[in-house]
Structures are given as structure tokens and as C-alpha cells.
Ligand binder design. Sequence first.
Ligand code: MRU
Length: 366
Amino acid sequence: MLVDGKPYRTIWLNEDGRSVNIIDQTRFPHVFSIVTLRSMKAAAVAIRTMQVRGAPLIGATAAYGVALQMAEDPSDGGLDHACRTLMATRPTAVNLRWAIDEMRTLLKDLPRDKRSARAYARAAEICDEDVAICAAIGRNGLEIVRGIAARKGPGATVNILTHCNAGWLATVDWGTATAPIYMAHDAGIPVHVWVDETRPRNQGAALTAWELGRHGVPHTVIPDNSGGHLMQHGQVDMVIVGTDRTTASGDVCNKIGTYLKALAARDNDVPFYVALPSPTIDFTIDDGVREIPIEERAGEEVSKICGLTRDGRIETVSIVADGSPVANHAFDVTPARLITALITERGVVAADKDALSEMFPERAVG
Ligand code: MRU
């Protein structure tokens, strides 16, 4: 995507062929800055501290993390250490496990002197594959947006609600939930996006709104609790969200609050779509509510908020009564029955075990 006229991906290899650049997402929307990762440990820290976040980008960063380790120590012990350290960074997004498994399977039987080059090549492929997957999700989702636009009539705006950031900042490029939006906008279909602010980390307000603004897509940031009201008043034509892990039976784990949007959508007959890249499918589990590990993050993310002061400083202030305990569950699970359809790179499919395994037979288990 373009930032100030310059094309960027969210992660890329430096000219030295070894270190890797990322965009530091902890400083958005106030500061656009690039950070260089020079070691596997730095990649793990970037994932854990959410300098990079979003399921596909976490996977891509982990792949480069393994490559960075292979450049430093290509031994079996080094490979094992990298895989274990990176796996421990965040528990919910399954792309992390997927990417680490890809790297481990590829590297473990190679001679040591071949591991580094092969690891960098596979990490680059994982990034390119993610771009292709997101572009295909965009094309498939575009047809849904086009259909709604046609039903609404010439010139009518399609109002789309999204939660969290499933945009290009959460992937390598395009985004998942945003890819159909960008493509619809580029195709001249009038779209407007309701952007949930997405407390407590504010990925909607800080990241999605920033992205959409840079691309010229009309949008409005709303408090997380507004979606139901807007749906009751006919102001949402469809919901599109991303996912951190989708089970074999189509249960979708995504940013906390997604489930409530799906309930409101069902109550108001608003179609609820999930943009789903195949590496985000966990074919080893069925029941999302019981089987997906939900990350619990620091209470300070809830009790404190940070923003830009008038004199340009980023400052953190407390917003919760002193002494009150807080809880910070980062994700929730939307059961398959509330999902209109999954938009994948291979097409639009029902959130259903048979349909999903028919679409991705090579990944399905058993
Ligand atoms: O905690 P985050 O910011 O990593 O959570 C990200 C989300 O929940 C996204 O919506 C999800 O990863 C889909 S990204 C294409």
C-alpha cells in the first residue's frame, strides 16, 4: 500500500540480505516509523509487544525470526530454540504455529550450511503467498460488495462495519477484511466503513482508520458499542471482520467484541462475513469456544490510555478508578451459526465443516 506516495509492505528484507524491517505499529496513528530486526529475539519481542500484530503478519514475522536464527546459529539446537521462543510469543493467532511448522518441516532435514538461505527464501515466499491470498480474498469479497451495491441501486453507498484491524497493517499487504473494501473503492463502488475503535488497544481507531484515510476510503470511527444501534437503523449493509483462528467447523476467533457484533447482525438480518486466509484455519480443532486459547493481556491496557498531547508528546493517562481490578481478554469466539459465510482465497464458503474441508482438502485432518 502507498504511504505518502511510496509503496510499502509491512515487513521486508533489508539490502544486507539478513536483517528485516517492520513498521512499528505501537506508535500509530501519531508516528510512522520503521524498525530493523537483527535477531530472532528481536522478532520475538516485536510480536510479543505488538510492534507487529494481526494473524498473517505475526506468521510472516515468525518465519523471518526463524531465518534470522539460522543466519546466527543453524544448528538443530538453534532451530529448536527459535521455534520454541517464537511459539511462546502470543497464543491465539494460529498463523504463528502454521508458519513455524512450515519452517521447521522445511529446515530440519537440510544440512546446516543450506539452512539459512533456504529459511530466508521460504520466509519471502510466505510473505508473497500472503499478498496473493489477501488479493484473492479481495476479489472474492468484491463480488459480495458489488451484489449489495446492485441491490441498493445506482449511486447508493454500501455501509460496511469492521472490527479491530484486519487491514494491510495486519497482513503483508492488502489486508483480509479490507481487501474487498479497497477493491470496491478502487472499482468506483461507493463504500463507507464504520470503524469500531476496538478497545483496549484501539486497533480500529489507530490503524484501520489511518489506513482507510491514506487510501481515501470514506469512513467513520465509532465507539465499540455503537454497531447494534446502527444496525437497528438500517445503517449497516454488511459486516466484514478478520480472524485469528478459525476451527474446522467454522467457529471464528477474532478480536474481543466480534461476537457481540455477530449477535447484533443476526438480530438485524445484517450479513456477517469473515475474511479468512487458509493459514488461519486450524483443522485440528472443532469447538472454538472450548478449544481456542484466548490471550489475556496486561490490565494496564484497560486501565490506561495513551494519546497525543497538544505539544506533540505521546502520554499515557489512567482512566479507571484507583484500586479497581480489570480483566483484559484479547479475543472471543463467534460460533459458526452466526456467520453468513467465510471469504477465502479460493472462494466464498459456508462456515461449516464439510464445506471447509471440501474447499481445502489438502489441509483437512481425518
Ligand atoms: O491483537 P491483534 O491486534 O494481533 O489482533 C488482530 C485481530 O484480531 C485481527 O482482526 C485478526 O488478526 C485478523 S488480521 C487479518
